[in-house]
Design a binder for this molecule. Sequence first.
Ligand code: LLP
Length: 417
Amino acid sequence: GSPFLQYRGEDLYLEDVRLADLATQHGTPLYVYSRNAMRAALAPYQQALEGRQHLICYAVKANSNLAVLQTFAQAGCGFDIVSAGELARVLAAGGQPGKVVFSGVGKTRDEMKLAMQAGVKCFNVESTAELEVLSDVASQNGLTARVSLRVNPDVDAGTHPYISTGLKGNKFGIAHELAVETYRRAAQLPGIEVVGIDCHIGSQITDVSPYLDALERVLDLVEAIESHGITLHHLDLGGGLGIRYTDETPPDARTLIGQLLARIDVRGHGHREVMFEPGRSLVGNAGVLLTEVMFLKPGEQKNFCVVDAAMNDLMRPALYEAYMGIVNTRQRRGETTTWDVVGPVCESGDWLGRDRDLNVQPGDVLAVLSAGAYGMTMASNYNSRGRAAELMVDGAQVHVIRARETVESLFAEERLI
Ligand code: LLP
């Protein structure tokens, strides 16, 4: 268990706050995050990198609430962004543009210009075509784009196919074989300044070995690239470290980074700035989604527990068949029953958990665990459902960090004709 999420007697607490009370006061579905759990998840990254030139760029897509970004900005983090929207959030939350890296295979010219004007640290470029456009946008605006090429090391991260990104068949990155010539091209382009190299092999990775394999491949490239007189200042090894949803045993960030740094040093690359882009591992287990049990619907083949949160609030189970823990915020004594926990949306794929042994009654508040990453950021308004409110707990304090979306706001931009 987490020191931040635990039962005290029969009641589930996040830090010093009783979760059932939050549901009563703020309604459900409700995302609740622990600020200290986020800080605690960041600490092993910081400890492992202490004394070395480094930058931890929190991957905004995992959870982009301004208060979450603010928490990481205050802790000294940079940010990994994939859109002008995420850049705007980082700036609004007090993040420093000079600590931002801009990733993604499809940056628009407008986004490139905005990010350059803001003064981002680096563009993680994913293709030759993007490189040419970036150089053109830079020259047109009398600016220079600092660039790292995202190379595809062609290693199997051993994760779900939808979130594995470092294989040849993926749309991401520049193929290993083409990396050197693409760097040579980059070095010739007028609007481009080459500053580093990066890779990101996937997400929810629970082993050290794919990282070590990718690192060897990247260091081979660094040596080949520098033999052409191109200097690479930094080494960005991406994000992807997994968390425990059920029985996974991912390495601790400190262990992972310790092993990577040891290898970097052995190969004589210890002078380079080292960067990471963690998302899930910083916020995933810092958050829960609270949802109220509406109806129990026992059946011949399946028992359904209908709750007021749905796939639009939390898409991971429907999209990846992801397992997320579900517990009652007020433990009941006695027998459990096996339930499929399902939402009100009109799709058979609208489930949050299957075959879960729970002792529940209508009105109970359930907590879907590990919902701090890729929960709210992937939420939609399907079925004209307003998105959930978000709260941040800090000790015994509770902050509303996003109000519940009103139905009127959902169609405020629509017009009758
Ligand atoms: N850097 C890049 C370039 C990325 O594409 C990603 C995630 C990250 C960093 C952060 O990875 P993390 O540390 O969070 O694993 N929606 C999926 C996860 C998609 C990850 C996409 N890229 C899910 O809910 O599992």
